[in-house]
Design a protein. Sequence first.
Length: 235
Amino acid sequence: MDENTNVTTEESEAIDKAENMYEEMESVSKAQTESDNQDEAKTDSEEDKDKFDLKKEIISWVAIFVIAIAAAAFLDNFIIINANVPSGSMENTIMTGDRMIGNRLAYIKKGPERGDVVIFKFPDDETENFVKRVIGLPGENVAIRDGHVYIDGNDTPLEEPYLPEEWLNANDGLSFDVPADSYFVMGDNRNISNDARFWKNSYVSRKKIIAKAVVVYWPFKDAGVIDSADYSIDK
């Protein structure tokens, strides 16, 4: 009887221990499951955040691209003009094939000055843009005699050190009365320049002047500022 009682007690204790171990294992398993679920939830959250950040980054780059295009269009249409010179009419100031930038705002407050290099609508065909130097101002008389330019009957001709060679073509016996609010322009390379001396409409209206040519940027060997000329008669 005592032996049976002892066996029963040991079995009971073993069962209790087994139940406790099972409960502990179940508790540990449950805790691990909860931890795993939390990790999975965290991972999903991080993936969603990464996706959101990538989308945000793409939108940011697209916005920058659109703004850059809009800014370039605004500059090109309202601030500067990017122009190519296809001929040698302005050599050696601007060489054939040079690319340059003009300032559209240069003449907002006042008109061009003598000696400025300007970009304008060609009076005989306004679908074309020309580049020439301003020689005669509104209301002036421009006389060309023996390869020199005289303004309003002045005995002293304009000094023109920018001419690349001796002026021989259409260099004598010409006179032009510049209308109000218009300008008389010629190329620096007078022997080959198609300019006001030969046009049907000899004068450029101020409202047709697009910009002041300010700098050559390409090719690099020609890059530099396009200077206006100074004349003693204007001092």
